[in-house]
Ligand binder design. Sequence first.
Ligand SMILES: *[C@@H]1O[C@H](CO)[C@@H](O)[C@H](O)[C@H]1NC(C)=O
Length: 204
Amino acid sequence: MSQAIAIISGLLIALLAVDSCAGYSAHGRQPSGLSDAALARRLVHQANWAAVGSISTHEKIMDFPMVNIMAVDDSALNGSSTGHIRFFLLNLDFTGRDTQQKNKVTFFFTDDQNGACQRRGVDPMEPACPRVMVSGSVKKLDTADPSYNDQLQAFYNRHKSAEKWAAHSHNFDFSELEIENIFIVAYQGGPRVIPAEDYYNATI
Ligand SMILES: *[C@@H]1O[C@H](CO)[C@@H](O)[C@H](O)[C@H]1NC(C)=O
């Protein structure tokens, strides 16, 4: 009797292990033909904001991970995706101060930022709710660059308030993330790396 129970529970465990990764329910699969790089580009392009982690330089939480919110946009002037994550870095804010000393940040994007996973009945922590962690350093954009004004205008198109921030304060730097690594967690297969080159070359 107990042997039968052991066999049945063993089978169940084996089935669960095949069907789902680490006990998560397996809702759906990555659409065929959609590469990790293209999926990452979609997550970035649809997002109006990202959660951003930095290494804290604040005396209260020195060297702890710190998180903040950043309005982001990766659009070209015509609204198409470029993959270049741009943002206004407030140099008085947590992230701005931290990066002045330790220029290492990770931007987090999830498909649930617009409620897509919840609508599919998928918990945001499950791999069936795709997410990317994009790490790198912040780089202030060069106002003399010929594409600067187009990039700025594209950002204003999505973030109307940013024009007021720039007009009323000199403490904002229009900046871009220089990507060093991208991790994606999506559907089956565990976390994967996307080379920055593949990410920028993907068409979405
Ligand atoms: C939008 O602009 C980008 C960059 O300038 C360009 O590569 C792309 O072809 C344009 N897309 C459309 C639909 O006009």
